[in-house]
Write a protein that binds this ligand. Structure first.
Ligand SMILES: Nc1ncnc2c1ncn2[C@@H]1O[C@H](COP(=O)(O)OP(=O)(O)OP(=O)(O)O)[C@@H](O)[C@H]1O
Ligand SMILES: [Mg+2]
Length: 444
């Protein structure tokens, strides 16, 4: 939900006093914020995002906001980046804090804990969250400020976990705040959009623009951004949250859209031959448990009749419901992906136990298949089938699931480094596992 400067103007009288004492008179903030940054520093919402174009002064504003209440005893602020490398890069946020704070002899820097301690006893710490395990170090933390720089690099569960660490100080007016800055794009693009950007999003965001940043050579910066590829340019130069890749290496978005069909108008009259279900289990904590139901028809066409996904690692009820609601297609096999090197015998036993009744009732086989190819190579056969007018998608499938699946078809890439920029293509993988079973029966 975008907030405009109107809200700042309307409430300025109320904000002015605090703003003067916590920012202007704050000797640890050497920069004078420009208007959008003032808005960011004064807005009273518990969660707030400064999001959009590159160079809009987001990291600067985040650091300023963390420093606002360092004169308060026991105030404790934390700023996070995704990796240690991101955190320690020259001129990134921790280095910037060092430039701002190291001239002050009364401050103490602990390089082990990456913490600045202020004369009041207040602290500002820096950290990274590469994996969910890194969350453990914040288990007992009680914070009044958490700042995420480049929020779309994080999964939502890490954000909500840190949110749960916010505590109000006793007998103090210091507000508790979650603050973040980010450009569009990256693994967390969709959840950040849902949480802050959409009109119906529950939390506000302030649009970042490099054109507001009078401290940049804006013409030259604009020319630099013009050199980027189209998608990145739309995201970084124009802060476009709706920009999507139109064409990937495997297939274009337009081609995928032409494979959407309606049950009533198209395949109601086709004769189903057999049905398979493919599962991509959630293994790393940030990926999803995804399931695809594919039906092969006697005319040689295949339809993805159902698709679902959840962040939960053991969604027993969801999987049972998925099988039951597709039981009229007579699925005969549920094929789980087994990551190479992982011992999923236990996991498979678990699922065979969970599905015991359904196995008996419908005569389904529950099995696992080792993933032998890369995600990109697993997506190839289904992309070929779409191009050859053999594979279709039921247009009644949940639109968010379809959106994710189509995005995955477009961004899936053989280069692992590039894939790290995107969420794991779980829906696409589950479709690949359902399709493998079809290939075993019919030579395609
Ligand atoms: N109020 C300010 N006063 C002085 N310099 C500023 C101010 N705001 C930002 N800058 C400077 O402008 C440059 C860009 O700002 P910043 O890095 O905060 O932008 P950003 O939106 O985080 O950019 P990116 O999208 O690249 O992460 C930096 O050198 C920063 O120090
Ligand atoms: Mg930044």
């Amino acid at each position: 939900m975008k907030i405009t400067l109107k809200s700042l103007k309307k409430n300025w009288k109320k904000y002015r006093v605090d703003f003067k004492s916590t920012v202007i008179d704050n000797k640890y903030i050497p920069h004078k914020p420009f208007l959008n940054q003032v808005h960011f520093l004064t807005h009273p919402s518990e969660e707030l995002l400064y999001g959009g174009q590159a160079g809009g002064g987001k990291s600067d504003a985040l650091l300023m906001s963390a420093l606002q209440y360092v004169s308060e005893p026991d105030y404790s602020a934390l700023i996070l980046r995704k990796t240690y490398q991101d955190l320690s890069r020259p001129n990134a946020i921790m280095d910037r804090a060092n430039k701002w704070l190291s001239p002050h002899d009364e401050l103490h820097w602990n390089s082990n804990t990456k913490t600045w301690t202020f004369p009041s006893g207040a602290t500002l710490s820096f950290g990274y969250l590469s994996h969910n395990n890194d969350l453990d170090q914040y288990q007992g933390a009680e914070l009044q400020f958490v700042g995420f720089d480049e929020l779309t690099q994080f999964p939502e569960n890490q954000y909500t976990y840190l949110h749960s660490r916010l505590r109000k100080l006793e007998d103090s007016d210091v507000p508790i705040r979650m603050r973040a800055g980010t450009n569009p794009g990256g693994r967390g693009h969709e959840w950040v959009k849902d949480r802050f950007i959409k009109d119906e999003a529950p939390n506000p965001f302030i649009a970042s623009s490099y054109l507001d940043n009078v401290f940049l050579d804006r013409d030259q910066y604009g020319h630099q951004l013009d050199k980027l590829d189209e998608l990145t340019r739309l995201q970084l130069k124009y802060g476009d949250w709706n920009a999507v890749l139109k064409k990937g290496l495997l297939i274009s978005r337009d081609r995928l859209n032409t494979a959407l069909i309606s049950y009533e108008n198209t395949y109601k009259s086709w004769q189903p031959s057999f049905c398979t279900i493919g599962i991509d289990p959630a293994s790393t904590g940030s990926d999803k448990f995804a399931m695809s139901c594919l039906v092969y028809f006697n005319n040689g066409k295949i339809v993805l009749v159902d698709l679902d996904a959840t962040p939960s690692a053991f969604p027993e009820e969801l999987l049972k419901n998925f099988i039951i609601r597709n039981a009229h297609w007579n699925p005969y096999v549920v094929n789980f992906e087994q990551e190479p090197g992982s011992d999923s015998t236990y996991a498979l036993k678990h699922w065979q136990g969970v599905l015991k009744d359904l196995i008996r009732k419908y005569g389904i086989v529950v099995k696992k298949t080792q993933s032998s190819h890369s995600k990109y190579n697993r997506a190839r056969p289904t992309a070929n089938m779409i191009r050859n007018n053999r594979l279709y998608f039921d247009n009644r499938i949940n639109s968010e699931r379809l959106r994710d699946l189509f995005n995955q078809y477009v961004y899936v890439h053989p280069d692992k480094e590039i894939m790290n920029e995107y969420p794991s293509p779980d829906e696409l993988d589950s479709l690949g596992y359902a399709f493998m079973e079809i290939q075993k029966v019919i030579r395609l």
